[in-house]
Design a protein around this ligand. Structure first.
Ligand code: ZN
Length: 493
């Protein structure tokens, strides 16, 4: 009797639980479709490209000071004396800490943070949702943790150390700031925001890993405790959203424990840590679409954490995300014929466009380099040329006469005739790039590059006597198609 009574109580409880979870199921509210549709209203227009500087953020932070409910905390200074600020809002019990640009050349989420701040400080049809969010959570943003690195668009800080390997030794003021803030808030959730190589893909697919996630491990055994399980659930929640807008373009990092890294330690210190890495997306060099994906998915995650709906996500969803791999090139040429010593070979070529900054790190030129040659059938390209039956050939050099003027030259005319360079006095030793769709060489010199690893990717692909493609500094020009755009040539010294 005693037992059966208890059993029936248990059964009743189980039914109650089931009903409750069904109700909870209905409670998941997502706004990502709306957020996607009206994003431009909130996009911070003053941030346009990746090479953003500390000085561009200061006026945006100053503007926020006048907004109700916003608190700005000066956290301290970088090695070169740049103020690192934290922007906090909301009065709930759930503390959420987000920091971006711990690595100076990883700014995509920084831009998204200011879009999110524009959203959170607006007053419009989202007022009810906003109020609910800020009633349950207190959200803290550190938009630029490494302003000295950002100034030079480089990963490391002014001491040339990787702040993400300084979580134990804490030599950098930037690392000490992050540790101090984490400890003082004892945050429930932490968003560790980075950029990764654009050449990462979702394993065994041609899809770039536009966003990659990691629920960081806190020990060598990769144990899963309650803290880490929450990270997995939040990531599962976000993955579901991102898949809608970039299907198949999400990856997952290996969860090998790194004892010196912040993510791993913050997870260990009791904050559910979500690592987000912005990768590549076709034709999105300045990562503005990826910024939008950050905006939608992070903002949705904040809503999901505040109303606890993320907790309904099965942590197994996290494990279903494919691993990151690094199998992408900017340009992959498949099966071209290549002649050497009288014999013809069939080769694939992988080419990447490497960025070389201008002096003040506000813009860049590209240099197209041959990264790999051979059977690259397990690799993919953002752009792929099927060169079956096409022959590799070196390009020609156009001798600029004294009467010729660069501004009046038809570059498409030259490219159509297989010229890949002009010889000109403008090819001085100091100029490594030009802003023309053709390479420069010194007067009376010819432009020659061999097909070799690390060499400039400039050559022709010919179909018999006719020209099929011009590969110029890694960019592709299709003869007769004047809409192709080659961003810059190089100057051959
Ligand atoms: Zn990073």
């Amino acid at each position: 009797m005693f037992y059966s009574k208890n059993y029936s109580k248990l059964a009743a409880f189980a039914i109650l639980l089931l009903t409750f979870s069904c109700q909870q199921e209905q409670k998941i509210k997502r706004y990502d479709d709306q957020l996607f549709a009206d994003y431009d209203q909130y996009k911070e227009q003053s941030l346009k490209n990746r090479r953003i500087k500390h000085s561009q953020l200061q006026p945006l932070i100053d503007k926020l000071r006048s907004k109700e409910g916003i608190e700005i905390t000066p956290l301290g200074k970088s090695i070169e004396g740049r103020e690192i600020s934290m922007i906090s809002m909301g009065e709930g019990d759930i503390d959420i800490l987000l920091w971006s640009q711990m690595h100076g050349n990883e700014p995509t989420a920084t831009m998204a943070i200011f879009d999110i701040l524009n959203f959170l400080t607006a007053s419009d049809t989202y007022d009810a949702q906003r109020q609910a969010l800020l009633k349950n959570a207190r959200i803290h943003f550190i938009p630029m943790l490494n302003p000295d690195g950002a100034q030079k668009f480089k990963r490391r800080n002014a001491l040339n150390i990787d702040i993400n390997r300084d979580a134990l030794r804490l030599q950098s003021p930037e690392g000490r700031i992050l540790k101090r803030v984490r400890d003082s808030l004892n945050a429930d959730f932490g968003f560790n925001l980075h950029d990764q190589s654009i050449y990462y893909n979702a394993e065994r697919t041609e899809k770039p890993a536009t966003l990659s996630y990691l629920a960081t491990a806190f020990d060598y055994d990769k144990s899963v405790n309650e803290v880490r399980e929450k990270s997995m659930q939040v990531i599962g929640f976000m993955n579901d959203i991102v898949q809608k807008y970039a299907p198949g373009q999400v990856g997952r990092y290996s969860d090998d424990f790194e004892p010196r890294a912040f993510g791993d330690n913050i997870q260990k210190w009791g904050t559910s840590l979500i690592l987000i890495e912005s990768g590549g997306y076709k034709n999105d060099t300045e990562k503005q679409f990826i910024r939008k994906l950050n905006y939608i998915s992070i903002l949705s995650a904040l809503f999901g954490i505040a109303d606890n709906s993320y907790a309904l996500i099965n942590p197994d969803e996290y494990e279903k995300i494919p691993f990151n791999d690094r199998k992408l090139f900017d340009l992959k040429i498949e099966k071209m014929n290549y002649e050497l010593n009288g014999k013809t070979y069939v080769l694939d070529v992988g080419i990447d466009l490497n960025e070389v900054d201008n002096e003040d790190h506000t813009s860049f030129y590209s240099i197209g380099k041959v990264e790999d040659i051979g059977d690259l059938s397990t690799y993919y390209g953002y752009q792929t040329i099927d060169a079956t039956g096409l022959d590799y050939q070196q390009g020609r050099t156009y001798l600029l006469s004294d009467d010729d003027d660069l501004s009046s030259i038809s570059f498409s005319g030259l490219l159509n005739d297989g010229f890949v360079a002009v010889s000109t006095d403008m090819a001085s030793d100091s100029l490594a790039f030009n802003s023309y769709p053709i390479n420069f060489v010194k007067k009376d010199a010819g432009f020659t590059t061999r097909l070799d690893l690390g060499q400039n990717a400039t050559f022709l692909l010919k179909n018999g006597d006719s020209l099929a493609y011009v590969i110029l500094n890694g960019f592709v020009y299709v003869p007769g198609n004047s809409t192709d755009f080659i961003k810059n040539g190089i100057v051959n010294k």
